[in-house]
Design a protein around this ligand. Structure first.
Ligand code: NAP
Length: 307
């Protein structure tokens, strides 16, 4: 695949930035990938791993002369980074991000982007429960959607170029406006994470009265919740602080449905439960048919053998 940007700067060197760096360098999508992360420890690890062509000592140093700057930091850190890099951005460059929430990022970052620089927010719908500089891998975005969220007056050529970069990394690209993005993600990602955090929290409370049986006998349903609930606390704190309205709206609906199921169980209304579970099963089939998950038992996990 041909080079799309001469120099790309990644601010933040965790799961998403690392995966982007490996994918771009594998396929020659960028002439040079420069990175920066807040802590000296992460910068050292990134250098040892050879994640980027060069690791800079400040966000401004990384962003200077870059044709594309991608903010790969937690949502709550985006504004401070934008403020620092705004004055050094190259005319004609593009600034993008990968934040899981879009409206507040548009509002926080937009004011610091000079008129002669394109600002095109984005969000790859791909991730794992791992974080940090050692967690990235080149295949993360393959077959997964990246949502591009052009803001008022986004230059179509710059949007097209960013689209080509994400497609080059294997992603399927769609465009959405920020509010719609935040509502869709509240349903598909943010509220499910909150429910998983809650379920694991409840089990943790119970563990104290069941003498660790919750851990010992953890069944597939609970184990899947614990995987989601192992996700990075800083990232998820920022997601809920920044997607407040949509998450609260979906949580309200969730609570109503939960009460209806609770009543069906109390009243022995098997038809209600059966109809409900039949409907939800069809959604799972839809996700598999759309190629967004595997129907292998236990998500295709290979069981560790005892040697
Ligand atoms: P991560 O693995 O925890 O990495 C975050 C990186 O940001 C770290 O390298 C951290 O540096 C750096 N950082 C934090 N504050 C900074 C600052 N002020 N200046 C410079 N660097 C800073 O996180 P991630 O999973 O890659 O997530 C990054 C972004 O992608 C978030 O906005 C998240 O919402 C979004 N996202 C995540 C997923 C997912 O599933 N994980 C999926 C899609 C989008 P240190 O290591 O030095 O602290």
């Amino acid at each position: 695949m041909a080079q799309i940007y001469e120099r790309v700067a990644l601010i933040g060197l965790g799961l998403i930035a690392g995966s982007m760096a490996y994918a771009m360098r594998r396929d020659g999508l960028a002439g040079e990938v420069v990175g920066y992360a807040k802590s000296a420890e992460t910068r050292t690890i990134a250098r040892e791993l050879g994640m980027c062509d060069r690791v800079a000592e400040s966000a401004a140093e990384a962003a200077k002369d870059a044709d594309l700057v991608v903010l790969c930091v937690p949502v709550g850190a985006m504004e401070a980074v934008a403020k620092e890099i705004g004055p050094v951005l190259k005319p004609g460059a593009t600034v993008s991000d990968v934040g899981s929430v879009k409206r507040t990022v548009v509002e926080a970052v937009g004011p610091y982007i000079p008129d002669n620089v394109h600002f095109i927010p984005a969000h790859p719908l791909a991730g794992t429960e791992h974080s940090g500089p050692r967690s990235g891998f080149a295949e993360l975005f393959e077959g997964r959607y990246t949502i591009i969220v052009p803001v008022d007056g986004s230059d179509p050529d710059a949007v097209q170029r960013l689209t080509m970069l994400w497609q080059g990394m294997g992603a399927l690209v769609e465009e959405m406006d920020p509010e719609h993005h935040d509502l869709v993600l509240a349903v598909t990602s943010h509220t499910p994470h909150l429910i998983a955090y809650t379920m694991v929290g409840v089990a943790d409370d119970l563990r104290r009265v069941t003498d660790s049986e919750v851990i010992k006998y953890s069944a597939a349903g609970f184990r899947d919740f614990t995987r989601i609930a192992a996700s990075d606390p800083v990232m998820w704190r920022d997601v809920f602080l920044n997607n407040k309205e949509a998450t609260l709206e979906i949580l309200g609906r969730f609570t109503e449905e939960l009460f209806a199921l609770q009543r069906a169980i109390r009243q022995g209304d098997g038809d209600h439960l059966h109809d409900y579970f039949t409907r939800t099963r069809a959604i799972r089939r839809g996700i598999i048919e759309a190629g967004q998950d595997t129907d292998a038992p236990d998500f295709g996990r290979v069981k560790a053998r005892k040697g």
